[in-house]
Design a protein around this ligand. Structure first.
Ligand code: ZN
Length: 89
């Protein structure tokens, strides 16, 4: 079973809510600090809850970024409120 520390090496983890089309980056370091590096990914998945619709989505997206992933230097704020694209109206 995969654990947080397995992923922290080279992956980014996103929570996904299909009904809302929301994708939120999960802070692996923060999660490891709280739950420990051996915390299983499956339990993270079961705990996910969309902050917009309150559904338990149970959906994760795991993105490989490589061991130098930090170098890509792109980061979400903790609470990215609805990132609307420009409305042409
Ligand atoms: Zn949702």
């Amino acid at each position: 079973m995969q654990t947080l520390q397995d992923l922290a090496q080279a992956f980014r983890l996103y929570a996904v809510c299909d009904p809302c089309a929301r994708v939120a980056l999960i802070d692996l370091n923060q999660l490891m600090a709280r739950e420990g590096p051996e915390y299983p990914l499956e339990r993270v998945r079961m705990r996910l809850k969309c902050t917009a619709c309150q559904r338990r989505t149970h959906a994760l997206r795991v993105v490989y970024v490589g061991p130098q992933g930090r170098a890509s230097g792109f980061r979400y704020a903790r609470e990215t409120a609805h990132p609307k694209t420009a409305d042409p109206s």
